[in-house]
Write a protein that binds this ligand. Structure first.
Ligand SMILES: C[S@@+](CC[C@H](N)C(=O)[O-])C[C@H]1O[C@@H](n2cnc3c(N)ncnc32)[C@H](O)[C@@H]1O
Length: 499
């Protein structure tokens, strides 16, 4: 009989450890050789491009997978969290790989049944270990895998060539490992030493040697230091619980986001960026009020990249999904969370990535920073660091142009990533041209419907003429004011750039 949910080992295992970086790298390479890579796994399990398997899907996955080949055995152990018989493991998994798995303490034998001690999930070219699926309950220090917010943060990080980078609240180390590709030295901090053990193992597994892990709460391990780039995915959920370190800060309301936002600027070198995931009690009349207030006097400029606004029930539902297969516990959690939001007077919760840039002139207290809020489209995020950097640069240049007249005198051009497409529909016996859409092929997934005059304006803005000239041709004198506002908006979100 196949299990209906993951089967953790009888005793909670310690995190895996690398015998040496060489051994860990060989392990990753043997796993890849066995097909333990995203496309092959997606094909075997017939999943979409996410491998966020949940226990309700397990029975179906197990039947699809079978247990007759090496990849099926590895996926059972390290993705789905179900044990296999030792004899089957020995028959199907080559000895060299078994040795490397055992050396990393990734296998534990329970009377002839072998369990994987960790979950291993490929992310692009990386392989990331975390605590096994279904093993969280009762363990506050459970180390979660890479989830959607982790990927969003990675996409919204402004990457350059940095000397020193910081991953605050590092968890399994995914952000630190990504930073290590372009920073000379990365510090990864977490209050959870179990998480840091995973981060250390994951660095070795991915052949990364420039990550230093430090234990401690929030800014404590890096007090007085400066970084050229900071990323933080803190336990930002506004939650009444203290069940899991990765989700619940134990601080009231949105205090954890406030703490991280207020504390980050002091760590930034002049010109340095930070990307921080936050949640806050959102006032519908002024959605960005609280983050703006937290940034006062920070010496930073910032974009609040607003990803979503949820009502209390949506938030409670999303963050208690691990209870979905236990309806009583799930229902109880929803009641507790809703009562908490009611008590705090929270009607809506905002979620965003706040991107900060330390001003070069931040010692000058008269040089107040600015904050702009941008609502991101619901469309799936993709790597957008360069786009985010461009948002800051455009803002700087618009600040330098201190009047509409100055902007009208500048040449603007549509960015290379912009595409205009048109729908045509067969209707009334003939093909009719319908909506024109402007969208970006890379970076933040903005798109906009174009009316005919804006479409003409976009076509005119090829860098060969000033904005005033393009407006005169495309929209005519009467609508020039409106066209100027539109062009400014298209510049601000990155459809256009200043030549
Ligand atoms: C949402 S996880 C982020 C993991 C990873 N950085 C990512 O992007 O997927 C939040 C992390 O914050 C850590 N954490 C919780 N409280 C903390 C504290 N007081 N100081 C530092 N880290 C903390 C948790 O242990 C957990 O690893």
């Amino acid at each position: 009989m196949e299990p209906v949910r993951p089967v953790p080992p009888p005793r909670r295992p310690d995190p895996p450890r690398a015998e040496s970086t060489k051994a860990a790298v060989e392990l990753a390479s043997l796993l890849r050789d066995a097909g333990y890579e995203s496309p092959r796994i997606q094909q075997r399990l017939a999943t979409g491009d996410e491998l966020l398997a949940r226990s309700p899907e397990l029975p179906s996955y197990l039947r699809r997978l079978g247990d007759g080949d090496e990849l099926a055995v590895l996926l059972r152990l390290f993705l789905l969290g179900v044990p296999v018989e030792r004899a089957r493991l020995e028959l199907l998994v080559p000895e060299r790989l078994r040795q490397r798995l055992a050396g990393a303490e990734l296998l534990v034998d329970d009377a002839g049944l072998v369990h994987g001690t960790a979950r291993l999930v490929p992310h692009d070219d990386l392989l990331i270990a975390s605590d096994p699926a279904g093993a969280a309950e009762g363990h506050a220090d459970h180390v979660a895998g890479v989830h959607r917010p982790s990927v969003a943060l990675a996409h919204l990080t402004v990457r350059g060539e940095e000397e020193r980078a910081l991953d605050l609240c590092a968890g399994n180390g995914i952000q630190a490992i990504l930073l290590a590709a372009h920073a000379s030295h990365v510090v990864a901090t977490d209050v959870n030493t179990r998480a840091l053990a995973y981060a250390t193992f994951n660095a070795a597994l991915n052949d990364v040697a420039n990550v230093e892990v430090r234990a401690g709460s929030f800014f404590e391990p890096v007090e007085g230091e400066r970084f050229d780039l900071v990323v933080a995915n803190p336990p930002y959920v506004v939650s009444p619980e203290s069940a899991y370190l990765f989700r619940d800060s134990g601080l009231r309301g949105d205090a954890v986001s406030e703490l991280v936002v207020r504390g980050t600027p002091a760590l930034l070198a002049p010109g340095a960026f930070a990307s921080v995931l936050i949640a806050w009690a959102l006032d519908p009349d002024d959605p960005a009020a609280r983050p703006r207030q937290w940034l006062e006097g920070s010496g930073c400029d910032a974009f609040l990249l607003h990803t979503s606004t949820d009502d209390p029930l949506e938030t409670a539902t999303v963050w208690n999904r691990d209870l979905l297969d236990r309806p009583d516990a799930y229902s109880g959690a929803l009641d507790r969370w809703l009562a908490y939001y009611h008590e705090l007077g929270i009607e809506q919760l905002g979620y965003a990535c706040l991107v900060l840039r330390k001003r070069n002139d931040s010692r000058d207290s008269s040089a107040a920073g600015w904050m702009e809020a941008l609502q991101l489209p619901r469309a799936a995020l993709r790597p957008a660091g360069r786009h985010v950097r461009r948002l800051f640069e455009t803002h700087d240049r618009l600040d330098e142009l201190d009047s509409d007249a100055a902007l009208l005198g500048r040449r603007l051009r549509v960015v290379d990533d912009a595409v205009v497409s048109q729908d045509t529909r067969f209707s009334g016996g003939r093909w009719q041209s319908e909506q024109l859409t402007l969208r970006l092929e890379h970076g933040l997934p903005f798109s906009a419907e174009l009316d005919p005059s804006t479409a003409r304006l976009v076509r005119e803005l090829d860098g060969s003429r000033t904005l005033a000239e393009a407006l005169a041709t495309a929209v005519g004198g009467d609508a020039a004011g409106e066209g100027l506002g539109l062009a400014r908006r298209m510049l601000e979100v990155g459809f256009l750039e200043l030549d």
